[in-house]
Ligand binder design. Structure first.
Ligand SMILES: N[C@@H](CCC(=O)N[C@@H](CS)C(=O)NCC(=O)O)C(=O)O
Length: 222
């Protein structure tokens, strides 16, 4: 029987959530663990010199950077490909993933960190506007279909749900109760992906850890 992958990290991190969603979608056994003494120990830095999560151990293979982890997991088996073979379909799935990763998640994370007490300076209205712009573009690129890239679960659904959960959490924290708002395609996607049997438990666990983090029950990483 194949040995379980070790995903070092915690699900609160949307980067770790990508690795978990990819492992689940591909049908791999995995465990998510935080190294006992943290992520800046010489031992952990030997695996990932940045001391960041996710870092994945698959037998003797160590992989880090969530985009590389997702690509590694997808390449590990031919079944349930996260990126379709057709170039146009692949570009569509990758575009949704890229917009979630580059334009939705970063402002959402900055707002969430501020709410958690980060001393880093932040222009809240400008960051909320940046988040709204990212969501507008996500609305623009979504196509028909149950999933982010169309009819099938894909890399789009590995990247977008954690980013959207953070966007919703960040909005709520700064008095925008429904930051996704009146964007019909995105609202429909968000409503359905939260119920997806693969995604739902991951988002639920993230939601619990986000609440704990805001309540000061989970210390920041660095
Ligand atoms: N580019 C990295 C970013 C990962 C990242 O920033 N992870 C955060 C947790 S959300 C982390 O490990 N922070 C600890 C640190 O930077 O010291 C990826 O895609 O995996």
């Amino acid at each position: 029987m194949a040995k379980a992958l070790t995903i070092y990290g915690r699900i609160l991190s949307p980067y770790v959530a990508r690795a978990v969603l990819a492992a689940k979608a591909k049908g791999f056994k995995y465990e998510v663990v935080m190294p006992k003494d943290g992520i800046k120990t010489p031992q952990f830095l030997k695996m990932n010199p940045f001391g960041k999560i996710p870092t994945v151990k698959d037998g003797k293979t160590i992989v880090y950077e969530s985009s590389v982890v997702v690509a590694y997991l997808d390449a590990k088996s031919k079944a349930k490909k996260l990126v379709p073979g057709n170039p146009a379909a692949a570009a569509q799935c990758r575009l949704v993933a890229a917009i979630a990763a580059e334009y939705v998640q970063p402002p959402a994370i900055r707002l969430f960190r501020k709410k958690r007490g980060s001393p880093d300076p932040i222009d809240i209205p400008a960051t909320l506007a940046e988040l709204q712009k990212g969501l507008d573009v996500l609305e623009h690129v979504l196509v028909k279909g149950r999933f982010g890239g169309g009819a099938k679960f894909s890399i789009a659904d590995v990247y977008a749900p954690p980013a959207l959960l953070f966007a919703m959490g960040a909005g709520k924290a700064f008095d925008v109760p429904d930051v996704i708002g009146k964007r019909p395609k995105l609202s429909k996607y968000w409503a359905s992906i939260q119920k997806d049997k693969l995604v739902k438990p991951v988002l639920e666990e993230m939601t619990g850890q986000m609440a704990d983090a805001l309540a000061g029950k989970i210390p920041p990483l660095s």
